[in-house]
Write a protein that binds this ligand. Sequence first.
Ligand code: PLP
Length: 507
Amino acid sequence: MIDETRVGAGALSADGVAADVALAEVRALRAGDRPTHGGRLFAYVYDPAVPGLDELAAAAHRESAHVNGLDPTAFPSLLAMENALVAAAGRVLGGGPGTTAPDVAGSVTSGGTESLILAVKAARDAHPEQVAPRIVVPASAHAAFAKAAHYLRVALDVVPVSPDTLRPDPAAMAAAIRPETVLVACSAPSYAHGVVDPVAEIAAAAARAGVRCHVDACFGGWTLPYLRRLGEPVPPFDFAVPGVTSISVDLHKYAYAPKGVSVLLHRDAALRAPQYFAYADWPGYTMINPVIASTRSGGPIAAAYATLRHLGDAGYLTLAERTRDAVAGLAAAVREVDGLRLMAEPESTVVCFTATEGGPDLFVLVDELTARGWHTQPQLSYAGLPASVHLTVTAAVAPRVAEFGPDLADAVAAALAAGPVRLPAELAALAGALTPDALTPELVAGLAAGLGLGAEPAAGSSPDGASTAAPLPERMALVNTLLDAAPPVLRERLLVEFVGLLQRPAW
Ligand SMILES: *Cc1c(COP(=O)(O)O)cnc(C)c1O
């Protein structure tokens, strides 16, 4: 129905298609996605369910989509909006005139990962004399720190977290600081479990050692301050804490901006300086980049600006209140079901639970919840911590909470009746014995086929010429069980291979 002129060249059709056809194709593809609105997807998306906000953000995005952040003098609109976003984030996080951190400076980045990479880069490049720089992070720190360490060739010293509190011991963090350490990091809160690290003690230890301390508030930086204003016992974690030198906060999370905006703040501009990259040693324009990207769309920045302006401080307070109540409701639902227990009492906007002895297989439970329209995020067991189910809770969940409890109980009963996933013996043996080096393309293809992962042309052409979505199994418990049985290095390698199978040209 859609396009007969397509010549098998992927997105490039012979003569181009009508605008409405192109848009219809996007919409048809989107129909296969998980629902970004409606309060039933507990990861990846952050939905305030505020009427008109999507339209406002889209309109602002459209205004600035073609503006280039490469040169702030050519497009002062972007400079102004970035400065406004940095000031807003600085205020929310305890900085600005009249505070103990009056000189906070920062940058708008494309996301939390970029903010963390740049925090590590700034710390590393502040110490050019360190030939083998290192950073200290708790085991619960976001994987983006490992990515930063990998990209920047900085060694990663990982301090375990207690299985009870899911937090690192500040004394152990302090003890991990070496002469080569350029940065100590902690989370407020951690993504996986939503617990706030002992920031004050960790920052004090870093300060005593003369080392920078980054607080990763990518997830909770925009909600913890509002939860505190609502009376929740939020421990100090922001620039009010002496020794905290930088903080990251993702506006595309709880500031409810569309994807592509995070803010990295430093206590002062001198701390930020080594974050910049400047290059004049070529015949083109002198490049001065505060962030990783050079050409940058103004779209996400304008969308975030309009979102903040529209919601305002009072709007965020109301949204935090709704979210807090949703968290309380979901946590109560978990407590009421036999066979489940909370990994931690919620102290932010995450509800994370695991199974008790004799409880359901969590990966089967996740599939049962999916079948009932609830999209949760399974987390594999790791370093003495059991597998768990993660729920990122946003304001849009509030009206759904009452429906969750009965469905959760129902899904647990179904998972118990189905019993745990039994890995076929040869798969279990493979997962236990395989080393990443032994993985051949044939072995990967065989595994993928055995697991029902689309090994056949993933994104190909449907008979009518429009692109089709990749085939994925409806039930992921088998895949998750296999990964859970494998050590982390093998998990990484298997997932790289599996995702590589999905990501290939749609000729
Ligand atoms: C989401 C998150 C990140 C990474 O952010 P992206 O925007 O996905 O790159 C880092 N740290 C924490 C705590 C997060 O929740």
